[in-house]
Design a protein around this ligand. Structure first.
Ligand SMILES: [Zn+2]
Length: 321
């Protein structure tokens, strides 16, 4: 048995890393539905499984479209020090200062969320059910990504500090282990956001501020755990996977003082509040009277194509790992 374990290469440390992990993204969209007012619940509740399942489409699209990757992160430390005042918050001003190619190379998540907000608001105005659901599922993904500290930091997988694997550790391993059993997702109600642009930049700055602790605490913990206690082999879908051990994961969560739970709760609140804000800004259309209620064959094929390319696993652009 020991020989078999040793033969498993270290890069099996985690499954392929996805932003927030597929599990957490799906749960964030799912829980966000329960924060909505009854006028929105009439549409969102019956489609809760669609909103949850398609929360991960933007990550799947990274296997189909090279431009997709930049929409999931911003290496804000590239622009100096907190609060990164040298970086203009408006897209046009940022483009004039840094050029579009450079901005894309360092990630554009806050600006992309702005574009998605406009698209979702328009979908509500057009009363187009298919568009509303698809855009709601997808904006939920980008908003959640902006809440992940390592999505706002160039050392996004600890690659500069010998902490490779920390990305998936924070956003996949710990939530998968603890969210269902220990974390509280009773969050209250969605609120109207009067300035969505400012709101998202505030979330990005919170993430950026937290990224140092995310990396530093793991370095501290690493000194307290011998490698054989830090990692464990676990069966996952019939495959033996080398993982951060349960003890290490729980200790990390405690050291971070439940930061991951807090960011997940804040993601849920932000997603629901952005959905609600887009609906209000569109004039609160009656969601029981929408048009275009079913996906066309073409749209269904597009979902299948995303799935297929994702399973092939050739990512275009930057990988979280
Ligand atoms: Zn992502």
């Amino acid at each position: 048995m020991k020989k078999i374990l040793l033969a498993i290469p270290l890069f099996c440390i985690s499954l392929h890393a996805f932003c927030w992990g597929f599990y957490a993204h799906k749960r964030i969209n799912y829980y966000a539905v329960f924060l909505l007012p009854p006028e929105m619940m009439v549409l969102y509740k019956p489609h809760i499984n669609f909103l949850s399942d398609h929360a991960v489409d933007p990550d799947k699209r990274r296997y189909a479209l090279a431009a997709e990757g930049a929409r999931h992160f911003i290496d804000i430390d590239y622009y100096g020090h907190y609060p990164f005042d040298s970086l203009p918050r408006h897209w046009k001003d940022a483009v004039s200062k840094y050029g579009e190619d450079s901005l894309r190379a360092h990630g554009i998540v806050p600006w992309w969320i702005g574009i998605m907000m406009l698209r979702l608001t328009n979908a509500f105005r057009e009363k187009d059910q298919v568009k509303i659901l698809k855009l709601s599922a997808e904006i939920g993904h980008y908003i959640a990504d902006a809440h992940v500290p390592l999505h706002t930091c160039s050392n996004h997988n600890g690659q500069f500090t010998h902490q490779q694997g920390i990305h998936a550790f924070w956003e996949s391993r710990v939530p998968e282990l603890l969210a269902e059993k220990e974390w509280d997702f009773f969050i209250g109600k969605a609120v109207y956001i009067s300035n969505p642009e400012q709101f998202m930049w505030d979330r990005v700055l919170e993430s950026a501020k937290a990224s140092d602790s995310v990396l530093y605490m793991e370095r501290l913990l690493n000194k307290q755990f011998a490698p054989e206690r830090k990692y464990a082999f676990e069966d996952r879908n019939g495959k033996l996977i080398k993982q951060y051990s349960t003890a290490y994961s729980v200790a990390y969560n405690n050291m971070l003082n439940n930061m991951i739970e807090r960011r997940m709760r804040q993601s849920i609140f932000a997603v629901a509040s952005c959905w609600y804000t887009a609906w209000v800004n569109a004039g609160q259309p009656d969601l029981t009277k929408l048009s275009n209620r079913t996906f066309t064959d073409e749209e269904t094929k597009e979902f299948e194509k995303l799935d297929k390319l994702w399973k092939l696993g050739n990512i275009k652009g930057r990988d979280c790992e």
